[in-house]
Design a protein around this ligand. Sequence first.
Ligand SMILES: Cc1cc2nc3c(=O)[nH]c(=O)nc-3n(C[C@H](O)[C@H](O)[C@H](O)COP(=O)(O)OP(=O)(O)OC[C@H]3O[C@@H](n4cnc5c(N)ncnc54)[C@H](O)[C@@H]3O)c2cc1C
Length: 398
Amino acid sequence: MRNAPRSIVIAGAGIAGLTAALALSRIGAKVRVFERSPDLREVGAGLQLSPNATRILDRLGVLGRLQGAVRPPGVLLRDVKTLREIARVPLGPAAEQRWGAPYLVVHRADLQQALAAAVAEARNVELLTGRTADQARNRSEGATVRVAPLLPDIEADLVVAADGVWSRLRQNFPGGGAARFAGTIAWRRTIAADAETVRALVPDCVVGAFLHPRFHLICYPIRGGREINLVAFTRGRPAAEDWLTHPDPAPLLACLAGCAPALARFAAEPSGWTAFPLHTVSPEQRWVHGRVVLIGDAAHALTPFAAQGAAMAIEDAATLADCVAHIDGNWAAALSNWEAERRKRVARVRRRGAFNALAWHAAGPVALARNAVLALRSPERLAADLDWLYGWGNSPGT
Ligand SMILES: Cc1cc2nc3c(=O)[nH]c(=O)nc-3n(C[C@H](O)[C@H](O)[C@H](O)COP(=O)(O)OP(=O)(O)OC[C@H]3O[C@@H](n4cnc5c(N)ncnc54)[C@H](O)[C@@H]3O)c2cc1C
Protein backbone atom coordinates (compact mmCIF):
# COMPACT_ATOMS: atom_id res chain seq x y z
CA MET A 1 0.00 0.00 0.00
CA ARG A 2 1.36 3.42 -0.98
CA ASN A 3 0.38 6.89 0.17
CA ALA A 4 -2.94 6.00 1.81
CA PRO A 5 -5.03 9.14 2.20
CA ARG A 6 -5.29 10.51 5.67
CA SER A 7 -8.87 11.59 5.59
CA ILE A 8 -12.03 10.44 3.78
CA VAL A 9 -15.57 11.72 4.28
CA ILE A 10 -18.52 9.57 3.24
CA ALA A 11 -22.05 10.97 2.84
CA GLY A 12 -24.67 8.28 3.57
CA ALA A 13 -24.58 5.15 5.73
CA GLY A 14 -26.52 2.88 3.39
CA ILE A 15 -25.09 -0.23 1.76
CA ALA A 16 -22.55 1.68 -0.36
CA GLY A 17 -21.41 4.08 2.37
CA LEU A 18 -20.94 1.50 5.12
CA THR A 19 -19.14 -0.95 2.80
CA ALA A 20 -16.86 1.88 1.64
CA ALA A 21 -16.13 2.85 5.25
CA LEU A 22 -15.07 -0.70 6.08
CA ALA A 23 -13.01 -1.20 2.94
CA LEU A 24 -11.27 2.19 3.29
CA SER A 25 -10.53 1.58 6.97
CA ARG A 26 -8.81 -1.67 5.92
CA ILE A 27 -6.35 0.32 3.79
CA GLY A 28 -5.47 2.59 6.72
CA ALA A 29 -7.64 5.61 5.90
CA LYS A 30 -9.27 7.80 8.55
CA VAL A 31 -12.96 7.75 7.68
CA ARG A 32 -15.92 9.87 8.80
CA VAL A 33 -19.42 8.83 7.71
CA PHE A 34 -22.32 11.30 7.90
CA GLU A 35 -25.83 9.86 7.77
CA ARG A 36 -28.91 12.02 7.38
CA SER A 37 -31.28 9.77 9.39
CA PRO A 38 -31.11 10.08 13.17
CA ASP A 39 -30.67 6.30 13.38
CA LEU A 40 -30.21 3.35 11.00
CA ARG A 41 -33.88 2.41 11.06
CA GLU A 42 -35.51 -0.37 9.10
CA VAL A 43 -35.91 0.82 5.50
CA GLY A 44 -36.61 -1.26 2.38
CA ALA A 45 -37.30 -4.98 2.32
CA GLY A 46 -35.56 -8.07 1.02
CA LEU A 47 -32.37 -8.17 -1.01
CA GLN A 48 -30.93 -10.97 -3.09
CA LEU A 49 -27.18 -10.93 -2.54
CA SER A 50 -25.32 -12.67 -5.32
CA PRO A 51 -21.81 -14.19 -4.96
CA ASN A 52 -20.06 -11.15 -6.48
CA ALA A 53 -21.33 -9.21 -3.44
CA THR A 54 -21.10 -11.88 -0.72
CA ARG A 55 -17.47 -12.55 -1.66
CA ILE A 56 -16.64 -8.93 -0.75
CA LEU A 57 -18.78 -8.99 2.40
CA ASP A 58 -16.96 -12.13 3.49
CA ARG A 59 -13.54 -10.51 2.99
CA LEU A 60 -14.69 -7.53 5.05
CA GLY A 61 -15.84 -9.76 7.92
CA VAL A 62 -19.55 -8.95 7.43
CA LEU A 63 -20.96 -12.30 6.31
CA GLY A 64 -20.52 -13.93 9.70
CA ARG A 65 -22.53 -11.11 11.32
CA LEU A 66 -25.47 -11.37 8.93
CA GLN A 67 -28.53 -12.46 10.92
CA GLY A 68 -31.29 -14.51 9.32
CA ALA A 69 -29.77 -14.84 5.82
CA VAL A 70 -31.29 -17.72 3.81
CA ARG A 71 -29.39 -19.73 1.13
CA PRO A 72 -32.01 -20.51 -1.53
CA PRO A 73 -31.41 -23.71 -3.54
CA GLY A 74 -32.40 -22.03 -6.81
CA VAL A 75 -34.38 -19.42 -8.72
CA LEU A 76 -37.60 -20.82 -10.13
CA LEU A 77 -39.29 -18.97 -13.04
CA ARG A 78 -43.02 -19.76 -13.14
CA ASP A 79 -46.13 -18.76 -15.03
CA VAL A 80 -48.51 -16.67 -12.89
CA LYS A 81 -51.66 -18.34 -14.22
CA THR A 82 -50.71 -22.02 -14.17
CA LEU A 83 -47.74 -21.86 -11.73
CA ARG A 84 -46.01 -24.12 -14.26
CA GLU A 85 -42.21 -24.13 -14.01
CA ILE A 86 -40.60 -22.27 -16.94
CA ALA A 87 -36.97 -22.59 -15.88
CA ARG A 88 -34.74 -23.14 -12.85
CA VAL A 89 -31.30 -21.71 -12.10
CA PRO A 90 -29.47 -23.81 -9.49
CA LEU A 91 -28.10 -21.89 -6.46
CA GLY A 92 -27.30 -23.29 -2.96
CA PRO A 93 -24.14 -25.43 -2.84
CA ALA A 94 -24.00 -25.38 -6.67
CA ALA A 95 -23.66 -21.58 -6.61
CA GLU A 96 -21.01 -21.69 -3.95
CA GLN A 97 -19.01 -24.22 -5.91
CA ARG A 98 -19.44 -22.47 -9.25
CA TRP A 99 -18.93 -18.85 -8.16
CA GLY A 100 -16.86 -19.29 -4.98
CA ALA A 101 -19.28 -17.54 -2.60
CA PRO A 102 -22.88 -18.07 -1.45
CA TYR A 103 -26.07 -16.64 -2.98
CA LEU A 104 -28.13 -15.26 -0.08
CA VAL A 105 -31.48 -13.58 0.50
CA VAL A 106 -31.67 -11.17 3.45
CA HIS A 107 -33.65 -8.26 4.82
CA ARG A 108 -31.93 -4.98 3.83
CA ALA A 109 -32.06 -3.83 7.46
CA ASP A 110 -30.20 -7.00 8.59
CA LEU A 111 -27.44 -6.28 6.06
CA GLN A 112 -27.22 -2.65 7.14
CA GLN A 113 -27.03 -3.71 10.81
CA ALA A 114 -24.27 -6.24 10.06
CA LEU A 115 -22.29 -3.58 8.18
CA ALA A 116 -22.84 -1.06 10.99
CA ALA A 117 -21.66 -3.58 13.60
CA ALA A 118 -18.47 -4.20 11.62
CA VAL A 119 -17.98 -0.43 11.18
CA ALA A 120 -18.36 0.07 14.95
CA GLU A 121 -15.39 -2.24 15.49
CA ALA A 122 -13.30 -0.92 12.60
CA ARG A 123 -10.23 1.19 13.25
CA ASN A 124 -10.41 4.88 12.44
CA VAL A 125 -14.07 5.02 11.39
CA GLU A 126 -16.49 7.49 12.94
CA LEU A 127 -20.21 7.26 12.08
CA LEU A 128 -22.35 10.31 12.85
CA THR A 129 -26.11 10.08 12.37
CA GLY A 130 -28.56 12.97 12.08
CA ARG A 131 -26.08 14.82 9.83
CA THR A 132 -26.99 15.86 6.28
CA ALA A 133 -24.25 16.45 3.72
CA ASP A 134 -25.53 19.13 1.41
CA GLN A 135 -22.64 20.62 -0.51
CA ALA A 136 -19.29 19.29 -1.68
CA ARG A 137 -16.57 21.43 -3.28
CA ASN A 138 -13.12 20.73 -4.61
CA ARG A 139 -10.13 22.58 -3.24
CA SER A 140 -6.50 22.51 -4.34
CA GLU A 141 -5.59 19.18 -2.67
CA GLY A 142 -8.82 17.46 -1.68
CA ALA A 143 -12.42 18.52 -1.16
CA THR A 144 -14.71 20.02 1.45
CA VAL A 145 -18.21 19.08 2.41
CA ARG A 146 -20.82 21.08 4.27
CA VAL A 147 -22.67 18.95 6.80
CA ALA A 148 -25.75 20.34 8.55
CA PRO A 149 -25.94 21.08 11.41
CA LEU A 150 -22.12 20.99 11.77
CA LEU A 151 -19.97 24.03 11.04
CA PRO A 152 -17.54 24.80 9.50
CA ASP A 153 -17.14 22.79 6.24
CA ILE A 154 -15.21 19.57 6.69
CA GLU A 155 -12.02 19.00 4.73
CA ALA A 156 -10.91 15.64 3.38
CA ASP A 157 -8.56 14.12 0.84
CA LEU A 158 -11.59 12.50 -0.79
CA VAL A 159 -15.35 12.94 -0.42
CA VAL A 160 -17.46 9.88 -1.26
CA ALA A 161 -21.10 10.61 -2.12
CA ALA A 162 -23.04 7.48 -1.13
CA ASP A 163 -26.26 9.38 -0.49
CA GLY A 164 -28.57 7.24 -2.59
CA VAL A 165 -30.75 7.72 -5.66
CA TRP A 166 -31.86 11.26 -4.67
CA SER A 167 -28.25 12.30 -3.96
CA ARG A 168 -27.88 15.97 -3.06
CA LEU A 169 -24.14 15.87 -3.66
CA ARG A 170 -24.62 14.59 -7.22
CA GLN A 171 -26.63 17.71 -7.95
CA ASN A 172 -23.65 19.93 -6.96
CA PHE A 173 -21.90 19.01 -10.20
CA PRO A 174 -22.46 19.70 -13.90
CA GLY A 175 -24.67 17.02 -15.50
CA GLY A 176 -25.68 15.66 -12.08
CA GLY A 177 -29.40 15.87 -12.61
CA ALA A 178 -32.36 14.68 -10.60
CA ALA A 179 -33.38 11.02 -10.51
CA ARG A 180 -35.91 9.98 -13.18
CA PHE A 181 -39.05 7.92 -12.64
CA ALA A 182 -38.61 4.60 -14.48
CA GLY A 183 -42.35 4.07 -15.16
CA THR A 184 -42.60 1.16 -12.73
CA ILE A 185 -44.01 0.85 -9.21
CA ALA A 186 -42.54 -1.76 -6.84
CA TRP A 187 -45.14 -3.17 -4.44
CA ARG A 188 -43.71 -4.79 -1.37
CA ARG A 189 -45.16 -6.87 1.38
CA THR A 190 -43.84 -9.28 4.01
CA ILE A 191 -45.97 -12.25 5.10
CA ALA A 192 -45.59 -15.01 7.67
CA ALA A 193 -44.04 -18.17 6.22
CA ASP A 194 -46.68 -20.78 7.12
CA ALA A 195 -46.28 -24.25 5.58
CA GLU A 196 -49.00 -23.80 2.94
CA THR A 197 -47.65 -20.43 1.71
CA VAL A 198 -44.10 -21.76 1.54
CA ARG A 199 -45.27 -24.77 -0.50
CA ALA A 200 -47.19 -22.56 -2.93
CA LEU A 201 -44.75 -19.67 -3.34
CA VAL A 202 -41.24 -20.70 -2.32
CA PRO A 203 -41.05 -24.53 -2.23
CA ASP A 204 -37.76 -25.63 -0.57
CA CYS A 205 -37.03 -21.92 0.06
CA VAL A 206 -36.37 -21.08 -3.61
CA VAL A 207 -36.49 -17.58 -5.02
CA GLY A 208 -39.80 -17.64 -6.93
CA ALA A 209 -40.23 -15.38 -9.98
CA PHE A 210 -43.79 -15.33 -11.36
CA LEU A 211 -43.99 -13.92 -14.88
CA HIS A 212 -46.83 -12.13 -16.68
CA PRO A 213 -46.95 -9.70 -19.62
CA ARG A 214 -48.13 -6.84 -17.39
CA PHE A 215 -46.18 -7.50 -14.19
CA HIS A 216 -43.92 -9.88 -12.34
CA LEU A 217 -43.75 -10.97 -8.73
CA ILE A 218 -40.63 -12.10 -6.86
CA CYS A 219 -40.88 -14.03 -3.55
CA TYR A 220 -38.26 -15.41 -1.23
CA PRO A 221 -37.86 -16.32 2.43
CA ILE A 222 -36.00 -13.95 4.76
CA ARG A 223 -35.23 -13.76 8.48
CA GLY A 224 -34.25 -17.39 8.84
CA GLY A 225 -37.28 -18.48 6.79
CA ARG A 226 -39.82 -17.02 9.23
CA GLU A 227 -41.06 -14.43 6.73
CA ILE A 228 -41.58 -14.27 2.98
CA ASN A 229 -40.63 -11.13 1.10
CA LEU A 230 -42.96 -10.34 -1.83
CA VAL A 231 -42.18 -7.67 -4.42
CA ALA A 232 -44.40 -7.11 -7.45
CA PHE A 233 -43.57 -4.72 -10.30
CA THR A 234 -46.33 -3.04 -12.30
CA ARG A 235 -46.49 -0.05 -14.61
CA GLY A 236 -47.87 3.04 -12.86
CA ARG A 237 -47.54 6.66 -11.83
CA PRO A 238 -45.64 7.79 -8.74
CA ALA A 239 -47.80 8.92 -5.81
CA ALA A 240 -44.79 9.82 -3.63
CA GLU A 241 -41.01 10.03 -3.93
CA ASP A 242 -40.23 7.40 -1.31
CA TRP A 243 -41.93 4.25 0.04
CA LEU A 244 -45.65 4.96 0.47
CA THR A 245 -47.18 3.04 3.38
CA HIS A 246 -50.86 3.13 2.45
CA PRO A 247 -50.96 3.19 -1.35
CA ASP A 248 -54.09 2.68 -3.43
CA PRO A 249 -53.39 -0.93 -4.51
CA ALA A 250 -55.84 -0.89 -7.47
CA PRO A 251 -53.19 -1.33 -10.25
CA LEU A 252 -51.62 -4.27 -8.43
CA LEU A 253 -54.94 -5.92 -7.59
CA ALA A 254 -56.03 -5.68 -11.23
CA CYS A 255 -52.89 -7.66 -12.19
CA LEU A 256 -53.29 -10.25 -9.43
CA ALA A 257 -56.99 -10.91 -10.05
CA GLY A 258 -56.43 -13.23 -13.02
CA CYS A 259 -53.60 -15.25 -11.45
CA ALA A 260 -53.49 -18.75 -9.98
CA PRO A 261 -55.36 -18.94 -6.61
CA ALA A 262 -52.07 -18.99 -4.62
CA LEU A 263 -51.36 -15.48 -5.93
CA ALA A 264 -54.91 -14.19 -6.52
CA ARG A 265 -55.61 -14.48 -2.80
CA PHE A 266 -53.45 -11.38 -2.27
CA ALA A 267 -56.01 -9.47 -4.34
CA ALA A 268 -58.65 -10.53 -1.81
CA GLU A 269 -56.58 -9.13 1.09
CA PRO A 270 -55.35 -5.85 -0.38
CA SER A 271 -53.88 -4.28 2.78
CA GLY A 272 -50.27 -4.57 3.87
CA TRP A 273 -48.62 -3.46 0.61
CA THR A 274 -46.25 -0.54 0.45
CA ALA A 275 -45.39 1.08 -2.89
CA PHE A 276 -42.17 2.56 -4.20
CA PRO A 277 -41.75 4.40 -7.53
CA LEU A 278 -38.56 3.09 -9.16
CA HIS A 279 -36.13 5.85 -10.11
CA THR A 280 -32.92 5.68 -12.10
CA VAL A 281 -30.05 8.05 -12.73
CA SER A 282 -28.88 9.12 -16.21
CA PRO A 283 -26.08 6.81 -17.41
CA GLU A 284 -24.44 9.87 -19.01
CA GLN A 285 -23.51 11.76 -15.85
CA ARG A 286 -19.97 11.46 -14.43
CA TRP A 287 -19.11 9.72 -11.15
CA VAL A 288 -15.81 11.45 -10.48
CA HIS A 289 -15.64 15.23 -10.01
CA GLY A 290 -12.10 16.06 -8.89
CA ARG A 291 -11.87 14.65 -5.37
CA VAL A 292 -15.59 13.96 -5.05
CA VAL A 293 -16.66 10.45 -6.11
CA LEU A 294 -20.22 9.11 -6.44
CA ILE A 295 -20.88 5.44 -5.64
CA GLY A 296 -23.92 3.14 -5.38
CA ASP A 297 -27.37 4.49 -6.27
CA ALA A 298 -26.07 8.08 -6.16
CA ALA A 299 -23.97 7.24 -9.23
CA HIS A 300 -26.06 4.71 -11.14
CA ALA A 301 -29.40 3.75 -9.54
CA LEU A 302 -30.67 0.82 -11.63
CA THR A 303 -34.06 -0.83 -11.96
CA PRO A 304 -33.90 -3.99 -9.80
CA PHE A 305 -34.61 -6.45 -12.65
CA ALA A 306 -31.15 -8.02 -12.38
CA ALA A 307 -31.26 -7.74 -8.53
CA GLN A 308 -27.86 -6.02 -8.59
CA GLY A 309 -28.21 -2.48 -7.15
CA ALA A 310 -26.81 -3.33 -3.73
CA ALA A 311 -24.25 -5.68 -5.29
CA MET A 312 -22.98 -2.87 -7.56
CA ALA A 313 -22.82 -0.53 -4.53
CA ILE A 314 -20.72 -3.13 -2.69
CA GLU A 315 -18.45 -3.66 -5.71
CA ASP A 316 -18.04 0.13 -6.12
CA ALA A 317 -16.99 0.46 -2.48
CA ALA A 318 -14.44 -2.37 -2.57
CA THR A 319 -12.89 -1.31 -5.89
CA LEU A 320 -12.70 2.33 -4.81
CA ALA A 321 -10.75 1.35 -1.67
CA ASP A 322 -8.43 -0.74 -3.82
CA CYS A 323 -7.92 2.19 -6.19
CA VAL A 324 -7.20 4.64 -3.34
CA ALA A 325 -4.74 2.18 -1.77
CA HIS A 326 -2.65 2.25 -4.92
CA ILE A 327 -2.71 5.98 -5.69
CA ASP A 328 0.82 7.18 -6.15
CA GLY A 329 0.33 10.92 -6.31
CA ASN A 330 -1.88 11.10 -9.43
CA TRP A 331 -5.39 11.06 -8.01
CA ALA A 332 -7.03 12.27 -11.21
CA ALA A 333 -5.68 9.42 -13.34
CA ALA A 334 -6.39 6.76 -10.73
CA LEU A 335 -9.98 7.88 -10.10
CA SER A 336 -10.63 8.26 -13.81
CA ASN A 337 -9.44 4.66 -14.44
CA TRP A 338 -11.61 3.45 -11.58
CA GLU A 339 -14.64 5.18 -13.10
CA ALA A 340 -13.94 3.77 -16.57
CA GLU A 341 -13.75 0.20 -15.24
CA ARG A 342 -16.86 0.53 -13.11
CA ARG A 343 -18.85 2.11 -15.96
CA LYS A 344 -18.21 -0.93 -18.18
CA ARG A 345 -19.36 -3.31 -15.48
CA VAL A 346 -22.47 -1.32 -14.47
CA ALA A 347 -23.47 -0.79 -18.13
CA ARG A 348 -23.43 -4.56 -18.70
CA VAL A 349 -25.54 -5.11 -15.58
CA ARG A 350 -27.97 -2.40 -16.74
CA ARG A 351 -28.32 -4.19 -20.11
CA ARG A 352 -28.97 -7.48 -18.33
CA GLY A 353 -31.74 -5.87 -16.25
CA ALA A 354 -33.36 -4.43 -19.39
CA PHE A 355 -33.17 -7.86 -21.05
CA ASN A 356 -34.80 -9.54 -18.03
CA ALA A 357 -37.63 -6.98 -18.02
CA LEU A 358 -38.26 -7.63 -21.71
CA ALA A 359 -38.13 -11.42 -21.40
CA TRP A 360 -40.19 -11.61 -18.21
CA HIS A 361 -42.97 -9.42 -19.58
CA ALA A 362 -43.15 -11.14 -22.97
CA ALA A 363 -46.67 -11.89 -24.24
CA GLY A 364 -48.31 -14.26 -26.73
CA PRO A 365 -46.01 -15.98 -29.25
CA VAL A 366 -42.93 -14.22 -27.84
CA ALA A 367 -43.67 -15.69 -24.40
CA LEU A 368 -44.15 -19.14 -25.96
CA ALA A 369 -40.82 -18.79 -27.77
CA ARG A 370 -39.14 -17.65 -24.53
CA ASN A 371 -40.51 -20.67 -22.67
CA ALA A 372 -39.39 -23.02 -25.43
CA VAL A 373 -35.85 -21.57 -25.47
CA LEU A 374 -35.60 -21.78 -21.68
CA ALA A 375 -36.94 -25.35 -21.67
CA LEU A 376 -34.12 -26.37 -24.02
CA ARG A 377 -31.43 -24.93 -21.74
CA SER A 378 -30.17 -27.09 -18.92
CA PRO A 379 -29.99 -25.53 -15.42
CA GLU A 380 -26.18 -25.66 -15.72
CA ARG A 381 -26.30 -23.70 -18.99
CA LEU A 382 -28.53 -21.07 -17.37
CA ALA A 383 -26.04 -20.82 -14.51
CA ALA A 384 -23.11 -20.54 -16.95
CA ASP A 385 -24.83 -17.51 -18.55
CA LEU A 386 -24.33 -15.74 -15.21
CA ASP A 387 -20.62 -16.51 -14.77
CA TRP A 388 -19.57 -13.01 -15.91
CA LEU A 389 -21.89 -11.49 -13.28
CA TYR A 390 -21.68 -13.72 -10.22
CA GLY A 391 -18.13 -14.99 -10.80
CA TRP A 392 -16.73 -11.43 -10.82
CA GLY A 393 -13.76 -11.14 -8.46
CA ASN A 394 -13.40 -14.91 -8.11
CA SER A 395 -10.36 -15.13 -10.32
CA PRO A 396 -7.64 -12.67 -11.28
CA GLY A 397 -8.70 -10.24 -13.98
CA THR A 398 -12.44 -10.43 -13.35
C1 LIG B 1 -37.91 -2.99 -4.79
C2 LIG B 1 -36.41 -3.08 -4.82
C3 LIG B 1 -35.80 -4.31 -4.78
C4 LIG B 1 -34.40 -4.42 -4.82
N1 LIG B 1 -33.81 -5.65 -4.81
C5 LIG B 1 -32.46 -5.75 -4.87
C6 LIG B 1 -31.83 -7.03 -4.83
O1 LIG B 1 -32.51 -8.06 -4.74
N2 LIG B 1 -30.47 -7.09 -4.87
C7 LIG B 1 -29.70 -5.96 -4.97
O2 LIG B 1 -28.46 -6.07 -5.02
N3 LIG B 1 -30.27 -4.72 -4.99
C8 LIG B 1 -31.63 -4.60 -4.95
N4 LIG B 1 -32.21 -3.36 -4.94
C9 LIG B 1 -31.36 -2.15 -5.04
C10 LIG B 1 -30.74 -1.74 -3.69
O3 LIG B 1 -31.70 -1.65 -2.68
C11 LIG B 1 -30.03 -0.40 -3.85
O4 LIG B 1 -29.29 -0.39 -5.04
C12 LIG B 1 -29.06 -0.16 -2.69
O5 LIG B 1 -29.77 -0.12 -1.47
C13 LIG B 1 -28.29 1.13 -2.91
O6 LIG B 1 -27.46 1.39 -1.81
P1 LIG B 1 -26.89 2.85 -1.55
O7 LIG B 1 -26.07 2.75 -0.31
O8 LIG B 1 -26.30 3.39 -2.78
O9 LIG B 1 -28.18 3.75 -1.28
P2 LIG B 1 -29.15 3.69 -0.03
O10 LIG B 1 -29.26 2.30 0.47
O11 LIG B 1 -30.39 4.39 -0.46
O12 LIG B 1 -28.40 4.54 1.09
C14 LIG B 1 -28.26 5.95 1.01
C15 LIG B 1 -28.05 6.46 2.43
O13 LIG B 1 -27.71 7.84 2.37
C16 LIG B 1 -28.47 8.57 3.33
N5 LIG B 1 -28.55 9.94 2.83
C17 LIG B 1 -29.32 10.41 1.82
N6 LIG B 1 -29.05 11.71 1.61
C18 LIG B 1 -28.09 12.06 2.49
C19 LIG B 1 -27.37 13.27 2.74
N7 LIG B 1 -27.60 14.38 2.01
N8 LIG B 1 -26.44 13.28 3.73
C20 LIG B 1 -26.19 12.16 4.47
N9 LIG B 1 -26.85 10.99 4.27
C21 LIG B 1 -27.77 10.94 3.28
C22 LIG B 1 -29.80 7.82 3.37
O14 LIG B 1 -30.51 8.09 4.57
C23 LIG B 1 -29.31 6.37 3.28
O15 LIG B 1 -28.98 5.84 4.55
C24 LIG B 1 -33.60 -3.24 -4.88
C25 LIG B 1 -34.23 -1.98 -4.89
C26 LIG B 1 -35.62 -1.90 -4.85
C27 LIG B 1 -36.27 -0.54 -4.84
